[in-house]
Design a protein around this ligand. Sequence first.
Ligand code: NAD
Length: 245
Amino acid sequence: MDAELAMNTLRNWIDESENIVFFGGAGVSTESGIPDFRGTGGLYNQQYKYPPETIVSRKFYVNNLDEFYDFYRNKMLFLSAKPNSAHIELARLEKIGKLKAVITQNIDGLHYEAGSKNVLEIHGSIHRNYCLRCHKCFDASYIMSFDGPPCCDECGGLVKPDVVLYGESLDQNVIDASIDAIEACDLLIVGGTSLTVYPANGFINYYKGNKLVLINKTPTDFDNKADLLIHDSIGKALTYKSDPM
Ligand code: NAD
């Protein structure tokens, strides 16, 4: 199907639906200037000593604190990034009662900043950071203020971002709420994700309807499951309006 026709169909499906769920990944925030992992400008296509997913793993964190925090601060903390048209449109759809949940693999907090309320951050958030010893909370700018691993200003313990590293478990309550939302929705829009990260890539299987929309710049292994496939920008697809005749 021609891209404009597909985007027009998406607009009609959104207009008709009263129970939309959006499930997204790093591609939702590339238009805010935050690099993804596997897209064309993504971190996999830049030269590092280790692949990004090796660095953001539990094993690497435990053994290479300095390198972890160096990468984390330089490549994952974009504190001046602002929500883009995709975040803003999803927040608008929630406000008018159509969209029931945003499920995101992103840790950047931009859906909340755009005004979305029911955001299921399955991989956590850069905006929550905890002392591993006394559990005192810190914001992301606190992590930024250190050169090396950040220490608690009360007890000196190591401060760790509340993001789920590879090899760590996800919060079961967030997973359950995500699955419930997907099972109940009539329109599932999946966007800006390569759908390669387990267990998030299994979420699509819980959808029971016949309006599964996949919006991604590059093909994924799930393209053949989509009822509507759009290989284009997520911001463009979500805000598309056909020209009046
Ligand atoms: P990914 O990097 O594996 O895939 C992103 C996909 O989005 C790619 O297929 C790319 O082609 C597509 N894409 C990029 N820009 C797009 C756009 N403007 N419109 C439509 N599609 C676009 O990302 P993933 O599937 O989310 O998995 C990576 C993991 O890394 C996740 O667990 C995520 O938590 C983490 N991560 C998060 C951020 C963030 O919080 N912003 C950034 C990088 C990585």
